[in-house]
Design a protein around this ligand. Sequence first.
Ligand code: S3P
Length: 452
Amino acid sequence: MDIGGTLIAGPATGPLKGNITVPGDKSMSHRSVMLASLSDGITEIRGFLPGDDNIATAQMFIDMGVKIEWLNDEKTALRVFGVGLHGLKKPANILDAGNAGTCVRLMTGVLAGQSFESSMTGDASLCKRPMKRVVTPVRKMGAVVDGKEGGDLLPITVSGGILTAIDHVSEVASAQVKSCVMLAALYADGVTTVKEPKPTRDHTERMLPLFGQPVDVADDGTISLNPTDKLTAPEQSVVIPADPSSACFFAVAASLVDGSDVTLNSIGINARRDGWRRVMHGMGADLSLSNESAVGEEPVADVRVRSGGLHGLNVDPNDVPDAIDEFPVIFAAASLADGEFVLEDAEELRVKESDRIAAMANALRAAGADMQERADGAVIQGLSSLKGDADVDAHGDHRIAMAMAVAAQRAEGEIRIHNAAAIATSFPNFVSLAQSIGMNVRWADESEASDV
Ligand code: S3P
């Protein structure tokens, strides 16, 4: 896949130092604009992530008649003029999710509740990702969904209306599936329940009550949700905390580069997103928390990271969903840690924005690392440095590009990371923030951006 954009990264020229604030959480930014659009009243959102993925979600609602006012040039603050659960208009054109899996999967739940027919598509990567996981439950609820491969692949067309409540037992541990069913459940004729095989990020559960909709979570994790006539815009602004998945790149970089000391300000430490800290702690990273507080319904803290001798680890399978987006950069850490690192039970990595096990194995090996793929994970033998001087392919996957930029800090020669433009989907200012703590990374100009 050729999406362009080449990063030239590494090696670090000195310790990484600084105190930085990464942009708002991607998962929460999606949910905030969805719930605000579907509520009665005007919602102000602050700390919104202005990445392409979240802008795609906002654009879908604009395409269905919702007015959104941006309150600053950076697009981190916005006012959403909600139209109510039944106020969306049939879009004139196909809705485009771009690269955003969370957008298309959660929107399947929203569109299932609408009385009009609508279609969604995405970019080449998203058009290869499985949709059956959300299409099957909304079909069970009564929505009609057509699409390629029996509805497993985009583009899909959804016609909905009043839905039937279901008891959904998800086969995959996926917050996107859970949230899709929860959003559809608002339009159902009774109480819908959702059970997942392992707990996943719970931002939908935490955010719905801010819009007046209670969510019941039983001791065994089963979620029960009543249908409702309306969501109500909160009086207070919805504030989105900084994204731990973005912060993790700098945490790993600081762990890897000798003498580093970096503080990541006020990042989300919700247990369902905090698996990366448990894994890094298990690998011997020097991480400390301070200023623990809350932003809205979400716990946050400053995380200070000092460089330290990382070692290998057998990752606890229970930590996998809580660190699912961080494994590309954790693989980079493991490649430069002492001893063996083993990850199992993580086959979901193969159906992300790219096959993240294969993409990272190819890129890290090209840079000199020892990473072996397993069907559901990887085995990595750590080395003291990577050779570098390599061209690698990020496959249009933002997290592969950023993970390789981090790995490059401990390489002997630079790493040229191609098809890296997708960084804009989740972390538009990654390069400037990385440079601000001393990471050696920059965008190549055209003459340097040769093919992989
Ligand atoms: C997300 C859930 C996860 C994660 C994705 C965001 C969400 O996906 O990988 O980046 O916001 O619900 P899955 O639900 O496919 O695990």
